[in-house]
Design a protein around this ligand. Sequence first.
Ligand code: TAP
Length: 491
Amino acid sequence: MRNELYIDGKWVAPVKGGTCEVINPATEEVMQTIASATAEDVDIAVKAARRAFDKDGWPKLSGAQRAKYLRAIADGIRSRQAEIARLEVIDNGKPFPEADWDVADAAGCFDYYAGLAELMDTNPEETIALADGRFTSKAVKEPIGVAGAIIPWNYPLLMASWKVAPALAAGCTIVLKPAELTSLTALELAAIADEAGLPPGVLNILTGSGSVAGQAIIDHKGVDKLAFTGSGPVGSKIMAAAARDIKRVSLELGGKSPFVVFDDADIERAVEWIMFGIFWNQGQVCSATSRVLVQDGIYERLLARLVEETDKIKIGNGLEEGVLLGPLVSKRQHDQVVAAIAAAKDAGATIACGGERPEGFDKGYYLQPTILTGVPLDSAAWTEEIFGPVVCVHPFETEEDAIALANDSRFGLAAAVMSKDDIRAERVAAAFRAGIVWINCSQPTFTEAPWGGYKESGIGRELGRWGLENYLETKQITKYASEDPWGWYIK
Ligand code: TAP
């Protein structure tokens, strides 16, 4: 088990020697300790990343050369897929098949950005058509510089990959801080990058707390770009810190995403996608479709089937065969979700199922999957992200009502619609004020497609070519190409 910081191509103890405990959320046991970086460690890491960017030539490599490292990292992840997935389960709590899927996706993300890095060689510049024929002009893309990345605990390795892969492909160097709760697989990523021969300083991974190590990254003058995934309040802090030095910033924040089901939808399929949309990863998903709106013609039947299927979900340690719902990530998260359910009840909501610690679990941060109905539309359960296996189900009458209810949120990350009427589904998809829209499904995520939110759900897009652009500047190069003198001062 690794318990040091990965800085400048070496494993080092933190300057001030702090540590933090790693707790298995399924057993509440302390498994090990990890290093807690402070501002001194962050400073060393940022300086190493600066040197790798400014002097050692990482951004000067061809895209194809950088792609080789990215592919080697992808191969390294794949070669240890099951072992890394197991680490993710004991650190985060998610069921093993989900972790295994995440790890495969993380490897795929490195492969995908290797491909985009190679494309940068074949398409290095864009000619600009100028009205003034005496000049020629072109636009080129260049890496922003040193990226500071801060990630949450819900998809530990995948969130690291969504930031590290495009940053390295673009030619940036990076300092990454994983969530203190779930740092184990990020440390494995550092080890894999090291084995892949990534030059020193290009990737630095520092474990530690947000308030100390995270704050030091966002405040550091040597960081050119901040990339963050996590809660809205911390996102605001990061944007404020970026504003001080005009750092580039991209934010992937929370949501309260709607799922609109029309009464021509197949009820069985709808139930399946609703469950996938809210119980996958214990509902600890920024894009979770936590507000389900069901047209009144099928509301009662759909709710009954949803409750029936939800009651069958196998809860347990994510390493056990057949488990579909593991523990929440931490005691704090568990207690917050329990408090949100209690507040919903106080506000007048009905618990259609769940809401309790499952029977037979004395240890572990377990909670039954929970369905709430009759949730007042001005209550926190309807308006605020709960980030747990809790879904609010609400009826609607008309398409207009559904769109108005769906869009009545300060968030705009994702939205889903289900209907056999393709034209209506497309119309509703167009009306959603959200960055990610699913038709007849919820949650499928593709490395090639843009990911990010409207409104308070964030700024910028990850994944696809948009994810690469997050780490690129655009430079204009204009040449005076006429034989005639300019003739303004010197006639
Ligand atoms: P956050 O506090 O936002 O944590 C996300 C990351 O930011 C972690 O690495 C955290 O560090 C770091 N961080 C915290 N304070 C920071 C600061 N001042 N400067 C720089 N970095 C800082 O999320 P959380 O506390 O884990 O979860 C709280 C709520 O956020 C959840 O209940 C959920 O609603 C939401 N959440 C949303 C998402 C997504 S994907 N939208 C993901 C996770 C949580 P440490 O945690 O290591 O201290």
